[in-house]
Design a protein around this ligand. Structure first.
Ligand code: SF4
Length: 341
C-alpha cells in the first residue's frame, strides 16, 4: 500500500516506469514458482470492477489530468478477470485517461490459453494492447523444475493467440534459471520457443536466488548449482546465437543484468550483441572479476568503462581486499544481485 488514494501493487516492469498504475488483481493466482517470493505474503484476490473504477477516478483526480500515454494493470495476471469485467475496466480507463495509447498487463500463458480468440480480440479492441509474459524459459525441464505451471506448448499457443488478437508481446527470460545442470537445455530450448513466437520485445533478467525461496532451499541442499557470472554470459551467448528468423528488440535492461549494453534490434544487431558477450568472455579471469565487481558495485556501466585506469585501479583495490578476506567473488556477486531484485 502507498500514500496514494488508490491501491498500488508492489511491482511493475522496468519499461513501465512512467506509466499510470492501476491495480486489477492482488497477488499472483499461481504463486508457486520455486524462485519467486514476490507475492508469498499476499493472498490472491480479484478486485471488484466497482473498486477498480473508483481507483481510476481517484487516480485521475490525484494526477490532476496528467496526460499519461501508458498504463500498466497490476498485479500478477489481469487475464484471470472475466472477459466482460476486464473490458468494462478498460473502456472506463480509456474514458478517464483519453491520452492513453498503450495499456499493458502481465498475463500467464496458462490463464490466457483459457480465453477464446474472440475474447482476446475483444480485450485488444477495448485497449489492452501489450502483454508481459513471465516465460522465464522455453525448456520443459526447467519450467517443470521451477514449478512454473506452464509448458513450452502453452507459451507458444497463448503467444500466437495474443499476436493474432493484435497484442504486442514481451516475454521475460531468466538467465541461469536451469542452474549449471540445465544451462544448455535452457539456452537452446528458450531460443527455440522465442523463434516460434517471434515476440516484439525480449527482456533478459539474471537469476538471483533468495534463501527463503524453494529454489534457495534446493540450492542449500545441493540440488541446484548456481552458475557463475561468466557461465551466465556463456549461456546468454548460446541463447542469442540460436535466435533466428525473428524481428525482436532484445535487451538486458534490469540492473541485475551484468552487460546492460547488450540491447538492440534483431536480426540487424545480433553480431554486435554477440561481440559484446564475446568481449567479456575473452577477458582474462582477473579482468572478468574486475569488471563484474565494478559493475555490481556501480562503478562501471559498460565494458569500455574499464579503460579508465583510475576506476580500474580503484576496483582492483576492492578486489584485493576481497581476496585477502577469503570470501568467494561469486558469493559476493550473487549477494549484490539479490539486493537489486
Ligand atoms: S514468477 Fe510470476 S507466476 Fe510465478 S509465482 Fe511469481 S508472480 Fe506468480
Amino acid at each position: 500500500m502507498t500514500d496514494t488514494p488508490f491501491e498500488m501493487g508492489p511491482i511493475r516492469p522496468v519499461d513501465e516506469a512512467d506509466s499510470l498504475l492501476i491495480r486489477t488483481t492482488r497477488g499472483c493466482p499461481w504463486n508457486r514458482c520455486s524462485f519467486c517470493t514476490l507475492y508469498k505474503k499476499i493472498k490472491f484476490s480479484l478486485r471488484s470492477v466497482a473498486d477498480i473504477k473508483q481507483d481510476i477516478l481517484a487516480a485521475r483526480d490525484y494526477f490532476n489530468g496528467h496526460p499519461f500515454e501508458t498504463c500498466f494493470l497490476q498485479d500478477g495476471d489481469s487475464f484471470v478477470m472475466g472477459t466482460k469485467d476486464l473490458i468494462s475496466v478498460l473502456e472506463f480507463l480509456k474514458k478517464a485517461f483519453p491520452s492513453l495509447t498503450r495499456i499493458s498487463s502481465y498475463g500467464r500463458a496458462q490463464t490466457m490459453a483459457k480465453k477464446s480468440l474472440a475474447d482476446m480480440k475483444a480485450i485488444r479492441a477495448a485497449g489492452l494492447n501489450k502483454l508481459y509474459c513471465g516465460m522465464e524459459s522455453g525448456s520443459a525441464r526447467v519450467l517443470k523444475n521451477v514449478k512454473k505451471g506452464i509448458t513450452p506448448e502453452s507459451i507458444i499457443r497463448s503467444a500466437h493467440m495474443a499476436k493474432e488478437a493484435g497484442m504486442d508481446m514481451t516475454p521475460f527470460i531468466i538467465l541461469g534459471l536451469g542452474g549449471k545442470e540445465l544451462t544448455k537445455d535452457h539456452a537452446i530450448e528458450t531460443a527455440r520457443v522465442l523463434n516460434e513466437i517471434s515476440p516484439d520485445d525480449i527482456r533478459l533478467l539474471t537469476i538471483g536466488v533468495k534463501s527463503d525461496s524453494d529454489l534457495g532451499r534446493q540450492m542449500a541442499a545441493g540440488r541446484f548449482t548456481l552458475p557463475s557470472e561468466a557461465d551466465i554470459i556463456q549461456e546468454q551467448r548460446l541463447l542469442l546465437e540460436n535466435l533466428s528468423g525473428i524481428e525482436s528488440h532484445y535487451a538486458n535492461h534490469h540492473s541485475v543484468d551484468l552487460l546492460l549494453e547488450v540491447r538492440g534490434q534483431l536480426p540487424e544487431d545480433k553480431a554486435r550483441l554477440l561481440a559484446i558477450l564475446d568481449r567479456f568472455l575473452g577477458l582474462d579471469p582477473k579482468d572478468q572479476i574486475n569488471f563484474t565487481l565494478g559493475r555490481r558495485l556501480g562503478y562501471y556501466q559498460r565494458l569500455s568503462d574499464m579503460d579508465n585506469w583510475l576506476t580500474y585501479d580503484f576496483v582492483e583495490r576492492q578486489a584485493q581486499k576481497i581476496r585477502a578476506g577469503g570470501e568467494s567473488f561469486e558469493a559476493i556477486f550473487h549477494r549484490l544481485r539479490i539486493q537489486v531484485i
